[in-house]
Design a protein around this ligand. Structure first.
Ligand code: MG
Ligand code: MG
Length: 281
């Protein structure tokens, strides 16, 4: 049986730089639009404008049945929240997931923001959740630089989160979503292989030059059990604990790794792990 290789050529990796940067620009625009009183639809519109202005299109809109540029998940929503008339409040924890397709290649990235103006101690508890989730993503990305198999990435993410112990502020241990995982990315936003955010018995595919992965831990401040809301998209925690989602699209190439959806290639996020990203030749 013919199976398309999951490994891309150097030219294909280079073609993924621009959609990655456009995806990053859409999240910059979303961040600027996140203020108390704004609707999630307004945040989505800002991300959309950034993508269209660069001659690209939203790859989320290419997903069957989905009509928005981003997913915006607020508080107990972890992923796949639908932008709409919801008004953001001070201190809300907001995960924005966006993606651009440019000249047939895709980017996919997510960041978590806290709406300015919230009250303590909730503000610090939520900021800590986002920081832990982001840190676990960078731990997974850093592992991709030296991993032999994809399973090493999930192990690094789980180890990072477990090393945090319970939240220093709420006393609650963090949960990692099991049912939603990262993925390969290229001509399509979602490609093989799956990238688990936890240890698995199977080592998974080999990590070698040409591999591009969307690494995206989804972490909660409580139970890792989730449900899908009546809108048939939004994934929320069953115990109403807060969620956070961070994601980058990352290329492994002959020279090392490069974070396609970060303007600096991931230099700042990888520095604590002693990994220096290498631009695509
Ligand atoms: Mg995404
Ligand atoms: Mg993704």
């Amino acid at each position: 049986m013919f199976r398309k290789s999951i490994y891309k050529t150097p030219a294909q990796l280079r073609a993924m730089v621009e959609p990655g940067l456009i995806t990053a620009a859409s999240l910059d625009a979303a961040e600027a639009a996140i203020v108390a009183g704004a609707t999630t639809a307004a945040v989505d519109a800002a991300a959309s404008e950034a993508i269209v202005a660069r001659g690209a299109e939203s790859n989320f809109k290419l997903v069957r049945g989905y009509h928005h540029t981003t997913c915006i998940s607020v508080n107990e929503q972890v992923v796949h929240g639908i932008p709409g008339s919801r008004v953001l409040e001070p201190g809300d924890i907001v995960s924005v997931d966006s993606g651009a397709q440019f000249q047939g290649w895709n980017g996919d990235s997510a960041r978590t923001f806290i709406v300015p103006g919230g009250a303590e101690p909730l503000l610090s508890v939520r900021a800590e959740l986002s920081r832990v989730t982001e840190g676990s993503m960078w731990a997974g990305i850093a592992a991709m630089a030296s991993a032999s198999h994809i399973g090493d990435i999930g192990a690094a993410i789980q180890d990072y989160i477990e090393a945090q112990g319970p939240s220093s502020l709420s006393g609650q241990p963090y949960g990692i979503l099991r049912e939603y995982v990262g993925h390969g990315i290229g001509r399509k936003m979602h490609e093989a292989p799956s990238v688990f955010n936890y240890r698995t018995p199977d080592a998974g595919a080999a990590v070698k030059p040409g591999l591009v992965l969307a690494i995206e831990p989804m972490v909660t401040a409580g139970s890792e059990e989730t449900l899908v809301e009546d809108d048939e998209w939004t994934v929320s925690t069953i115990d109403d604990s807060d969620g956070s989602h961070w994601e980058h699209s990352v290329a492994r190439h002959e020279g090392g790794i490069w974070v396609l959806t970060a303007a600096d290639g991931g230099a700042a996020g990888l520095a604590p792990f002693g990994v220096v990203p290498v631009p695509l030749a």
